[in-house]
Design a protein around this ligand. Sequence first.
Ligand SMILES: Nc1ncnc2c1ncn2[C@@H]1O[C@H](COP(=O)(O)OP(=O)(O)OP(=O)(O)O)[C@@H](O)[C@H]1O
Length: 594
Amino acid sequence: MSRPAWLPQTRPLTRQLIGWLASCRPCAETSLAAAALALEASLDGHVCLRLDQYAGRRVLGLTLPPLATWRADLLADGVCRGVGTDEDAYTPLVLDGDRLYLTRLWWDETRLVRELRERAGPSNIAPQKLKPVLDRLFPGRPDHDGQRVAAATALLNRIAVISGGPGTGKTSTVARVLAALLELEPDSRIGLAAPTGKAAARMVEALRGARAGLALDLVTAAAMPDSATTLHRLLGFRPDSATPRHHREQPLALDALVVDEASMVDLAMFAHLLDALPSKSRLILLGDRDQLASVEPGAVFAELSELAGHSPTGARRLSRVCTIETGPAACSPLSDGVALLRDSYRFHADSGVGALARHANSGDAAAALALLQGGHPDLALQAGDAASWWHALLARLRPAFETYRAAVATTDPASAFAAFQRLRVLCALRDGPTGVAAINRLFAARLMGHDGRRPHYPGEALIIRRNDPTLGLWNGDIGLTLADGEGGLRVWFERDGGFRALSPYRLPQYEPAYAMTVHQSQGSEFDEVLLILPDEDSPVLTRSLIYTAITRARRRAEIWGRPDVLARGIERGTRRVSGLGERLSFDPATYSSN
Ligand SMILES: Nc1ncnc2c1ncn2[C@@H]1O[C@H](COP(=O)(O)OP(=O)(O)OP(=O)(O)O)[C@@H](O)[C@H]1O
């Protein structure tokens, strides 16, 4: 059929693919509309489209058919295939119940579900052996202590998911989990990984700190892992190939893997990870289920966290090691492995940042605004359009940039990084007058005195946007440019507790980093954070984005923008559509809780 009239309403990629599909085969316009909606959904981070949410509605200027007719047309037109039928025949889409997937995403979800189901279940650690070890590692703590329960959960199950907000003790808990594991299974080969280089470095630093507080015997202390890598590096992704070096036939040589900041890991990476991890290995996922999900489709960590519950057997095993509250019953074979940490030790009870994060996360815009306007010493709201405050923003930042420029003048990378990482401006959007690109141009010109004539200059701060395994640079790495003492410039990167320098002319794709998007800031923390809002409401501005921005702040958070725009963002909850939770749940027809 000819190109549908509604096609220009969709994004360029959708237009291209639907144009191709329309030219390949005759099919109903509503089948093309379903394919277009599934593509658009994947571009928004959803794994699939729920046909039942659209059937019978008017969308893209079309009235969509009732569900049964729409499903039948889709299958008859050959735009998609049903599950279990003709798996070798390629169709662009797969229809699984009422969920319509791009075929690649259906395979990723299917592989992940299969791997998780196969691995779910109790580990081979006996509760009676674990109890004395945890008594030693959590001295003086009550049996019902949340971190102790989380540690026991992680050790008694093969797949563990520990979710908690900032400072709830995820790292402290996992340090004890690793110590206990090494005591009970001394030969364990343990790996540490995170989605970005920054998050991996922070994980190592935090684990070193947590480990120092444990009275470990010398053998255990020496066996504790002391380096972490990115998931890309761990799996051996190559720039010229979509298939990593490690997979089912060439698995990782690990008995246990801890992945920090797991909320940033997308569906496809999770599927690759489970494929490469030996079937007997443990997997421990750490993260904050309320943070922004990955840029690519999927919200795997948040969905796994939602499975929390106890099976009768799981509850019996856990209660031999600690005291547990009566909670929800298991809804999935993975439920017993999920632990939620709730008490934050980073923010004191009177911390404005902590309270603001809680209000934002619960969607309570009125309480968040009242708090911001209530004169809290660690919070500020600069209300209004950007045009009304950008001079004030430059004045607010000038002292911090002067400190940074003074540190740059010493040419000592440690001083430069210490000054640079103290404060960060975060932007909700990428483009537009308050987007990260415009704000960076403003700061480079007005605060760094960069006139744009030289390609590089001392103090230039940049963020790497593309992995370059040959150079050992990873998407998200921050580089600071310093004079090299011979009239040239070098860009310095933090590496393995030290620094390394490269010529600015060798770098892969990068962007300025005086300000960064909230997405780019995930996995990092700063003493002070200034969040810049767009002047107009945007669908990108969501509760999880605002919560993620605020929780990057250790000591102080400021919001620059219109209160009504902030309120609408806090009220905008988002939920990514996928089939993961449903496919991992027990089949109610066959599950018995006894
Ligand atoms: N049970 C506790 N009692 C007192 N202080 C604690 C406790 N647990 C953790 N802390 C402290 O709280 C801070 C945060 O702990 P930790 O780094 O383990 O949390 P996290 O959840 O990993 O934090 P982040 O969100 O920054 O990754 C640390 O300074 C730690 O020493």
